[in-house]
Design a protein around this ligand. Structure first.
Ligand code: ARG
Length: 457
């Protein structure tokens, strides 16, 4: 174990158990890049403010730069015995450049350092996540465009309901994902405040220039309260909440596709390259990817709960508990990136079972509301129209007979307003075309939405 940053004051060395239990290097090593960039900006500022000699600042920046190169190229060997990534890099710098390295930690604490590192990490990850989300939206949009004429039976309560364009259904996914993206970008605004300079928690008496560090590290603003700077991880909770909501959206999409791929629905076929088989049942072709996506909600929500409970009841300023925010945060971000990547690819590997779907949309119960609306347009009161169609359902649909098969006289028995033209609306195409409200499944309106998204994405 390397010498502790705080070791001198201790009359004994710490027990190996203490070292092992308190170390975070196993997981915070992924903050190395941000830790170094933060240190470089800090050292430059210390030099410029003449808090440390300019030549020492230069030596520190040079030394850190060479460590950074190793980190970026993957050559860097983390010291498994280090207390955390901050100590690891400090010690390495001492080995590399000697004396000047002892000045780096002037007017700084690991408390503001770690707050800075996570903020930098998250700003970069949010950029990646939003890009990945856009890729998924593009993939869904492409699938919608390829199948823009397909009409499917829509369901409420998982019972057959009304005919809708498949593309309309798919655009509903894109809408939700867009809100997730704006939520992520919105959370970034609150992350984009630079905490360095808070030091342990009360600030410093040395003449630091926080504004210079902010500019150098490209933060939008400075955190305004040193205690808040090292205390709060609400920005982590916010990102984890957004990722949880996003995962709920993704699990719903996954569930739709799982249902659609069953032989009972038979709306879609997922390519073999994105399915798995069974070790016992030779006929199986399972949608495991989609099930794992659906299952990941539990994992990501668990990460949120973990940090939420970690934060609850913590007293103000820095507490070591905060070290434990990182594993769940990293887990949620990594899991989500994996999901977005594979979901994007999967959408390019689904084909629509057009004939099977066309057979299903012949079910005339899909058009019951269209008949009600036909009668309303002819002056019949809504409740009466609902009753009339209810009777037709009992006599025809419930018995497996078609309403379109009724003679003109039989139709008249239900209502004298039911003319022979009713037969023209008893098909899926007419049904979607009859819808006209903004946001509905009307093909012209859906085409406009597809156009809008094609430009936007
Ligand atoms: N490993 C710690 C964390 O992740 C770094 C800060 C430790 N600060 C301290 N005073 N022990 O939160």
């Amino acid at each position: 174990m390397a010498k502790k940053l705080w070791g001198t004051r201790f009359s004994k060395i710490t027990s190996a158990l203490t070292d092992k239990f308190t170390s975070s290097i196993a997981f915070d090593q992924r903050l190395a890049k941000y830790d170094i960039l933060g240190s470089m900006a800090h050292a430059k500022m210390l030099g410029k403010q003449r808090i440390i000699p300019a030549k020492d600042a230069q030596a520190i920046v040079k030394g850190l730069n060479s460590i950074l190169k190793d980190v970026v190229s993957g050559k860097f060997k983390f010291d498994a015995g280090a207390e955390d990534i901050h100590s690891n890099i400090q010690e390495l710098l001492v080995k590399k450049i000697g004396e000047p390295a002892f000045r780096l930690h002037t007017a700084r604490s690991r408390n503001d350092q770690v707050a800075l590192d996570i903020r930098m990490y998250l700003k970069s990850e949010i950029d990646e996540l939003t890009e990945n989300l856009t890729q998924l939206q593009r993939s869904i949009l492409k699938f919608a465009k390829t199948n823009d004429k397909v009409i499917i039976p829509g369901y409420t309560h998982l019972q057959i309901a009304q005919a809708v364009l498949l593309s309309h259904h798919l655009l509903s996914y894109i809408e939700g994902l867009e809100r997730d993206k704006t939520r992520l970008l919105d959370s970034k605004k609150r992350i984009d405040a630079m905490p360095l300079g808070a030091c342990a928690f009360s600030g410093t008496g040395l003449p630091i220039d926080r504004e210079q560090v902010r500019k150098e590290l490209k933060f939008a603003s400075l955190t305004a309260n040193s205690i808040d700077s090292v205390s709060d991880r609400d920005f982590i909770l916010e990102v984890l909440s957004v990722l949880t909501i996003l995962s709920v959206h993704l699990s719903r999409i996954a569930e739709d596709l799982i249902l659609w791929s069953t032989s009972e629905f038979n709306f879609i076929d997922i390519d073999f390259s994105f399915c798995t088989g069974s070790s016992i049942m030779p006929h199986k072709k399972n949608p495991d990817i989609l099930e794992l996506i659906r299952g990941s909600v539990g994992r990501i929500h668990g990460d949120l709960s973990s940090v939420m409970i970690l934060m609850k009841g913590l007293p103000s300023s820095y507490n070591r508990d905060l070290q434990l925010d990182k594993p769940p945060l990293f887990d949620a971000v990594d899991t989500m990136k994996d999901i977005l990547e594979i979901f994007t690819a999967l959408f390019g590997n689904i084909v629509i079972e057009k004939e099977a779907i066309a057979a299903k949309v012949k079910d005339e119960s899909l058009f019951s509301v269209d008949i009600v609306e036909y009668l309303i347009k002819k002056g019949v009161a809504y409740r009466k129209a609902h009753d009339i169609v209810g009777k037709m359902v009992i006599d025809c649909l419930d018995k497996g007979k078609k309403i379109s098969g009724l003679t003109n006289e039989q139709l008249k028995k239900y209502s004298d307003k039911l003319g022979p033209d009713i037969r023209n609306i008893l098909n899926a195409k007419a049904s979607v075309e009859l819808k006209s409200s903004y946001g509905s499944t009307n093909p012209k309106l859906v085409a406009k939405q597809i156009n809008k998204w094609s430009k936007q994405l």
